[in-house]
Design a protein around this ligand. Structure first.
Ligand SMILES: *Cc1c(COP(=O)(O)O)cnc(C)c1O
Length: 226
């Protein structure tokens, strides 16, 4: 089975009342499996390795919206800049500056999310709230005309403690609301709050997330662990 059709439909039904969007996370899965999901009408997919994404992108329909959700190295931005729909994992002003440069080269504005570190784990990438504020209120941001910060992405701690996860999502939602109401730069249009994966997307929805990134529930368990 290429993917779980029932689960996909179930997730889409669950998202509706929240007006949330699904990013079907297809990392490690074949172009054929992505094509099968695409054929149901779903067009939003997430990948977290540049090379893997680029290889799949050339094989698949051009109206797929690709979100980049993994750690992005500055020297790889150029490979995805021509087509990427949203880079969810921006974690430095240096990376943002490079995305802007590649946006200019491709004559487009590239939408981004700042990835915020909300988990109580050491392994996750991302900015602290203070570091995100520094980027949002830095003078440098005013010069970046080919990026738009659309909101934030965060990953909660991998734990069974629902209260812990909820607390982490709530903190990100509060930050999102603060920026949304106080930051009025042309490079910032705070709309998207990307939180929730297979194990915690229901909590994320309850706490205000409007973009969930779900892989294994739809495509089945991955062989490698990420
Ligand atoms: C892999 C991944 C997901 C999806 O994880 P699942 O548990 O398979 O739903 C979501 N977000 C990021 C950043 C990922 O790397």
């Amino acid at each position: 089975m290429l993917f779980d059709k029932e689960k996909l439909e179930e997730v889409l039904t669950e998202l509706k009342p929240y007006e949330a969007q699904l990013v079907a996370v297809s990392k490690t899965k074949s172009a054929e499996a992505i094509r099968a999901v695409y054929d149901t009408g779903h067009k939003l997919f997430g990948e977290n390795y540049v090379q893997e994404l680029v290889e799949k992108q050339v094989l698949l329909p051009k109206d797929i919206q690709w979100h980049f959700i993994g750690h992005l190295q500055t020297n790889k931005v150029k490979f995805i800049a021509p087509f990427i729909s949203l880079i969810q994992s921006v974690d430095s002003i240096k990376l943002l500056t490079e995305i802007n440069k590649q946006g200019q080269k491709n004559n487009r504005v590239i939408d981004c999310l700042l990835q915020i570190y909300i988990a109580a784990e050491e392994t996750k990438f991302g900015l602290s709230f203070e570091e995100a504020d520094e980027i949002l209120y830095s003078d440098k941001l005013k010069d970046l005309t080919n990026i738009c910060i659309k909101g934030f992405m965060g990953m909660a701690t991998l734990t069974d403690d629902e209260n812990q996860i909820r607390k982490e999502f709530t903190s990100l939602k509060e930050f999102f609301e603060k920026v949304k109401s106080t930051c009025h730069l042309s490079a910032v249009d705070c709309q998207l709050l990307s939180m929730g994966m297979t194990s915690d997307y229901r909590i994320a929805l309850e706490e205000g997330g409007n973009l969930v990134r779900i892989g294994s529930a739809i495509f089945g368990e991955r062989e490698k662990s990420f």
